[in-house]
Design a protein around this ligand. Structure first.
Ligand SMILES: *Cc1c(COP(=O)(O)O)cnc(C)c1O
Length: 821
């Protein structure tokens, strides 16, 4: 604990001297950032060790959250806030002439995730530590995170994200905790002591080295661990078994080095799309095996036997990417610990729980048997056995129904179906919003839900209100705490006490003034970076998320074109001035999504340069959407576009961040939008479009007739024709693929079908926005009802309903940070 500013300054300067051999004056801003980070890390080191000791010696149940992505963003600001010393450090550094904000902005985002799934894992870590829950993260330390997006001439370019180039002050490498993961090779069977043994031979060993990152709870004494694994070649010092050592000598060649480095080199940039490449499977098995080996090793050191493993350990898999925990646990129990199949299976199933994240067919993971067999021969044998026993079990549920059993099998038609494996091998399967779980149970996984009704449950997603309000919108957070106290920081449901202030005109003024200041800040950023001037009094209409056909950025873009046409025809059209803000990355190989980015940028070029339109419409595409950019954009939003095709967005979490910051949702009845409506009430959200039931019904009848709409609606026809008739300032034929996807491929995502309802909803939004008092009330209602969407609520539900764990309070619960003294 820093006892005073003087002592803090001394520690900071010592770090600066010690790490860089420089005085304060000589040190660069980056040096200063690193020194501050190191001082903060030292500051929590004791708590971190204490937390681990407490977990180890008291023997409460521990949870391990396995995720192939953790989209952490920056850590310095969040850590300072959670420790409770941000204001204290700001003041102390100020006395040294250092701007804390500037240092915070130097930190590279830890972009180890694509979007919602990875960010959810990061929000969960914050809530778990803040609720004093004994949960640890397990993932991969990618050398390169999600690519950096540049927009050049309207097109997306992808640059490598070298986030580690200045080092990472938040991680500690633990080479003594390294383990070996085995790939390829053959399995020999041998009867010994009356038991069949499986010996994996001629494999390629990979050394998995953990890097531990502290996860600091909010104003408590808990510091949990996120363990990220890095792949290295095996070398002699690693204390290997003799056979390993020999093998490695033979393998010490360039190819081996290259293959190993590739494993934790880079994050796959595919969001909700399955990538069937061997390297991806290697990544999955790599961190799963390393994580489990270290868990079992630690458990055995403490307990001796594995009999109570399932009582003491819970393993959660975030989507199916870590589903190999199931056969890998079986392998460890059977091959290394000598258990029988039945016993091993019982422990495994009682240990693992699984979250399903999507029903998009293209996201369902399935691995060719051939690849699985070749890369992981022993795991494949276990998968075959799991499949055989599972199918036999299904026979009891669906006697004689071979079709159904075939559809549900873990291995069928030469593929391993990872979702089926995850359901068969776990005790809990949850969806991420009410409607998503219902669709899972009634449609996509219906047969599974019939077989195992007790496994299925819902856990509606959430976001950490600390990062997404306290940190991202400090002025609003301060205002709220001044009005209703700061209990909402610990109990986000208390935000509801703001509700009655929606009728307080002076309070509305203050909220509006903060929103305006946030918009001005974003406008400054846009002017400095892009030379585009935004009117902070215009309606900031924001659509930021991954670019994907189902998220329908195209619907937004077509509406902008329509609005432009109408304004050209009638310059006096009565609409409030509007700024359309887009941001988001497309997967590098996702051709159509990249064309949508080009379309938005083309519209921006046209609209922003049209002198007759300029004061009414602006369009900007901000490059490189990331956590830190989201923290700048979301507090500045008036309107939150959540317009996915109903049934497609499992939950969404962007929607929650926006409402928490007082933006009004313009959305479809999809994912968590439905629950947002339940919370805020019909009058505080703008809903339009097809329902999930209607969409699913259309799919059953083979879609609708997009051409009929085209021919019967002149406004829509004009917009669609303008995509391909040279009207837009872009190379000819540029948007033909978009035109074709809507008309020739029959508009799979109902963009045209929802076009007029959307336009009407946009008109409603404009009208409501023009009534400042009304809009202000709606904004406050949204903030007041956002408490339910805190990940504290979500994680508590996981703790009680799935993991069956209790908080483990570390140290003195009344210790608070300097900021509150
Ligand atoms: C919250 C978040 C997402 C998820 O947004 P959705 O609108 O739910 O798709 C994606 N990327 C980043 C950087 C985020 O912070």
């Amino acid at each position: 604990m820093f006892s005073s500013k003087e002592q803090f300054k001394e520690t900071f300067l010592d770090k600066l001297n010690g790490m860089f051999g420089k005085s304060l004056e000589e040190a660069s801003s980056m040096d200063r950032y690193m020194a501050l980070g190191a001082a903060v890390r030292n500051h929590i080191a004791r708590k971190w060790v204490k937390t681990n000791e407490r977990y180890l010696y008291k023997g409460e149940r521990q949870v391990y959250y396995f995720s192939i992505e953790f989209l952490l963003g920056r850590l310095l600001g969040a850590n300072l806030l959670n420790i409770g010393i941000r204001r204290f450090c700001q003041d102390a550094l100020g006395e040294l002439g250092i701007d804390l904000n500037e240092l915070e902005n130097l930190e590279a985002d830890a972009g180890l995730g694509n979007g919602g799934l990875g960010r959810l894992a990061a929000c969960f870590l914050d809530s778990m530590a803040s609720l004093s829950l004994p949960v640890h993260g397990c993932g991969i330390r990618y050398k390169y995170g999600l690519f950096e997006q540049k927009i050049v001439d309207g097109y997306q370019m992808e640059l490598p994200d070298n986030w580690l180039k200045n080092g990472n002050v938040w991680e500690i490498r633990k080479p003594d905790k390294a383990v070996i993961v085995r790939f390829y090779g053959t399995v020999r069977m041998e009867a010994r002591d009356g038991r069949l043994r499986f010996i994996h031979e001629n494999y390629k060993p990979v050394l998995a080295v953990p890097y531990d990152v502290p996860v600091i709870g909010f104003q408590n004494q808990t510091v949990n661990t996120l363990r990220l694994w890095s792949a290295e070649t095996v070398s002699a010092e690693q204390g290997l078994e003799y056979s390993d050592l020999n093998r490695c000598k033979r393998l010490e060649n360039i190819q081996y080095q290259y293959d190993v480095d590739a494993i934790s080199e880079i994050l796959y940039p595919d969001d909700t799309h399955y990538e069937g490449r061997v390297l991806r499977l290697k990544q999955q098995y790599f961190f799963v095996s390393a994580g489990l080996q270290s868990i079992v090793r630690r458990y055995k050191r403490k307990n001796g036997t594995l009999l109570e493993f399932a009582d003491k350990i819970a393993i959660h898999i975030n989507d199916t990417h870590p589903a190999l925990v199931i056969p890998e646990l079986m392998r460890i129990f059977i091959d290394e610990e000598g258990m029988g199949w039945e016993e091993a299976w019982q422990i495994t199933v009682n240990t693992v729980s699984y979250t399903n994240h999507t029903i998009l067919p293209e996201a369902m993971e399935k691995w060719p048997v051939e690849i699985m067999h070749h890369l992981l021969p022993r795991i494949y044998m276990i998968l075959q056995e799991i499949n055989e026993r599972f199918c036999r079990h299904l026979w009891h549920s669906f006697p004689g129904d071979w079709d159904k059993i075939h559809q549900m099998a873990v291995i069928a038609d030469d593929y391993v179906h990872m979702a089926h494996l995850a359901i068969a091998g776990s005790y809990s399967v949850n969806g991420v919003a009410k409607i998503h779980t219902e669709i899972l149970k009634k449609e996509v996984l219906k047969s599974f839900a019939q077989t195992y009704p007790y496994k299925f449950n819902n856990k509606t997603n959430g976001i950490t209100h600390r990062r997404w309000l306290l940190q991202a919108n400090p002025n609003l957070a301060r205002l709220i705490s001044r009005i209703v106290g700061d209990s909402w920081l610990y109990h986000p449901a208390y935000l509801a006490s703001l509700r009655r202030y929606s009728e307080d005109a002076a309070f509305r003024e203050k909220v509006a003034a903060i929103k305006l200041a946030n918009k001005e800040k974003l406008a400054r950023h846009v002017r400095n970076k892009y030379g585009i001037t935004l009117d902070p009094h215009s309606l900031f209409d924001v659509h930021v998320k991954r670019i994907h056909a189902y998220k329908r950025q195209l619907l937004n873009a077509l509406h902008i074109l329509d609005l432009y046409n109408r304004l050209k025809e009638n310059p006096d059209l009565d609409i409030p001035p509007r700024t359309f803000i887009f941001a988001g990355k497309a997967a590098p190989g996702y051709y159509l999504a990249k064309r949508v980015i080009k379309l938005v940028n083309t519209l921006a070029a046209m609209v922003n340069h049209d002198p007759r339109i300029r004061d009414k419409l602006k369009v900007v595409f901000l490059e490189n959407y990331s956590v830190s950019l989201a923290e700048l954009i979301i507090p500045a939003a008036d309107l939150s576009q959540q317009i996915s095709t109903a049934s497609k967005e499992a939950s969404g979490t962007g929607n929650m961040k926006f409402m928490l910051n007082g933006a009004i949702t313009l959305g479809t009845l999809d994912g968590a939008n439905i629950e947002i409506r339940e919370e805020v009430g019909d009058e505080n959200i703008i809903i339009f479009g097809l329902t999930a039931d209607e969409v699913l019904q259309y799919y059953q009848q083979g879609g609708y007739r997009a051409w009929d709409l085209y021919h019967s609606q002149p406004r829509l026809q004009l917009v669609l024709d303008q995509l391909v008739n040279g009207f837009l300032p872009a190379p000819g034929e540029e948007f033909r693929v978009i035109f074709n996807s809507l008309l020739h491929d029959n508009d799979e995502f109902f963009v045209l079908k929802d076009f007029f309802p959307y336009a009407a909803a946009q008109e409603t939004a404009g009208r409501l926005f023009a009534d400042r008092q009304r809009w202000g009330r709606m904004a406050i209602h949204n903030i007041a009802h956002a408490g339910f969407f805190s990940s504290d609520r979500t994680v508590s539900e996981y703790a009680v309903g799935i993991w069956k764990i209790n908080p483990v309070v570390i140290g003195d619960p009344y210790m608070v940070g300097m900021d509150r003294r």
